[in-house]
Design a protein around this ligand. Structure first.
Ligand code: FPP
Length: 227
């Protein structure tokens, strides 16, 4: 919960699901579904932070998404780099710090560069909150990599506690998730922020991601206190 206002979740995690089904319903391609899911991202993000949420983490590309057709993957990468180009100034104006959570390995150079540039450009602008994009992210992979880093440091087992593990995750320094929202109707966690969501409330909404608006955000946040 938010330290200043317990009625507002401090950290919200968002699984954006349903682009493909949205496209099928409208006789469009999956790529058009992803494009529609990208176009309103800025306004949804803005609604969360305007409401008082201070950390928002959203799931752009999972380690499982590598199993999708290559053309779809390339399309998502292209959407990401274009969105970063077009949204960077907006994120700076909103005084948000951007961080990438996930592995940079296997990502094309252009995607890595976009993510790193966005992190650098917003490094000191966290006045209104932190926006984390999970891209090439999977919780098991994250915990595995953290374990390896801890072992590489030759830490004694007695020195390893929950805090040490948290500090070695991609989300080091970010508070645990208070509210996890999934669009598209499924009720699965899908390998997203498992360590960080031990005490999170979970909302699954049938609304498909491209149809999810700031009004949906406000409705969910308004009901957070009654969950
Ligand atoms: C889930 O819909 C969406 C994705 C796997 C990709 C998420 C990407 C975007 C919303 C684009 C914007 C994000 C960035 C970072 C540019 P799905 O394809 O699984 O839908 P389905 O379950 O209906 O098939």
């Amino acid at each position: 919960m938010n330290e200043l206002n317990p009625k507002i979740p401090n950290h919200v995690a968002l699984i954006m699901d349903g682009n493909g089904r949205w496209a099928t319903q409208k006789n469009k391609t999956r790529s058009e579904g992803h494009l529609a899911g990208t176009n309103h991202l800025g306004s949804v993000i803005e609604t969360f932070f305007n409401y008082g949420v201070s950390h928002l983490s959203f799931y752009g590309f999972s380690t499982e998404n590598w199993n999708r057709p290559k053309s779809e993957i390339i399309g998502i990468f292209s959407l990401l780099t274009k969105s970063i180009d077009s949204e960077l100034q907006h994120i700076i104006d909103m005084k948000l710090k951007f961080i990438h959570i996930g592995s940079k390995q296997r990502l094309p150079g252009k995607v890595r560069k976009s993510l790193v540039d966005m992190e650098r450009s917003t490094k000191f602008s966290d006045a209104n909150g932190v926006l984390s994009l999970a891209f090439n992210y999977g919780s098991r992979q994250e915990i595995l990599e953290a374990t390896k880093r801890i072992i590489d440091k030759n830490l004694k087992s007695i020195a390893i506690d929950k805090n040490v593990i948290s500090e070695h995750l991609y989300t080091a320094g970010i508070p645990d998730v208070d509210l996890l929202i999934r669009t598209g109707g499924e009720k699965r966690i899908s390998n997203f922020l498992l360590w960080q969501s031990v005490d999170a409330k979970f909302v699954s909404t049938d609304t498909l991601w491209p149809d999810f608006t700031g009004q949906h955000v406000e409705c969910i946040l308004n009901s957070y206190n009654q969950m």
